[in-house]
Design a protein around this ligand. Structure first.
Ligand code: ATP
Ligand code: MG
Length: 232
């Protein structure tokens, strides 16, 4: 039984979106029994060493194509429409202003991203504005987080298996109805990064299986991340 009010949020630069992002979204959907996840492409932080070579329009288009595969996934342009850098606190505020309760919002990250949480704007206050769902990424198991972020360890809850059957609904409700928590999900996601996909395209190597087929078609059609052929 999925709580209709609950929503998962997965932000990223999605430059481009890849199957690891979709594995991450699905891990949160199944382990927290969420009805949907909103994929939110962000502005690229100015301090990022490698600036994107494709426009936010293309990053959003690829996110829409990836979301089209699964009815539980939707893309949102809310961060791209806002001026300036994207801060998680502002995105959470937007959902709260839309009427969601903090316990209905599940902010999803990979373990590598969550390990940097202390550097995020309005930390630690933002931890009270939603639940967090943190999923292992290859080389970054969530099991390291209670030690790495020891001041947060008492808020962390391992979610070992997707809830099933009649006791599942009560377990999910129990997980949701307490104070906002940090749920740790240790599942294997595909070992891929956007950096790797860009590097492969720049050197004309294949990317089959690393991005959804519709995203690969889009990348090829618009010659993203690789030198454009000359007009004949
Ligand atoms: P880049 O290489 O450009 O940094 P990325 O692949 O890390 O790209 P991001 O857009 O930076 O993708 O990440 C968005 C979110 O997705 C982050 O929370 C990150 O931890 C998570 N994520 C990305 N790839 C994976 C993966 N393979 N498994 C689990 N989580 C992932
Ligand atoms: Mg990254």
């Amino acid at each position: 039984m999925s709580g209709e009010g609950a929503v998962g949020i997965l932000g990223g630069t999605f430059d481009p979106i890849h199957v690891g992002h979709l594995d991450l979204a699905r891990a949160a959907l199944t382990h927290l029994d969420l009805p949907r996840v909103v994929l939110i492409p962000s502005h690229v932080p100015p301090h990022r060493p490698i600036q994107p070579i494709v426009s936010p329009y293309h990053r959003f288009a690829m996110t829409v194509l990836a979301a089209a595969q699964d009815e539980r996934l939707v893309a949102s342009d809310m961060e791209l429409r806002a001026p300036g850098p994207s801060y998680t606190i502002e995105t959470l505020d937007r959902f709260l202003r839309q009427g969601y309760g903090a316990q209905e919002i599940f902010f999803i990250t990979g373990a590598d991203a969550f390990a940097e949480i202390a550097t995020w704007k309005d930390y630690p206050a933002l931890l009270g504005l939603s639940h967090f769902v943190v999923v292992s990424r290859p080389e970054h198991p969530v099991a390291q987080l209670p030690d790495a972020l020891s001041s947060l360890s008492d808020r962390m809850r391992f979610v070992a298996t997707p809830p099933r059957g009649t006791s599942a609904a009560s377990r999910v409700r129990e997980m949701r109805d307490g104070p906002t928590a940090i749920f740790l999900v240790d599942v294997a996601t595909t070992n891929v990064s956007s950096t790797e996909v860009r590097a492969r395209l720049a050197t004309l190597r294949p990317i089959g299986g690393l991005v959804p087929p519709a995203v690969e078609q889009h990348i090829r059609k618009y010659h993203l991340y690789s030198p454009a052929p000359r007009a004949a």
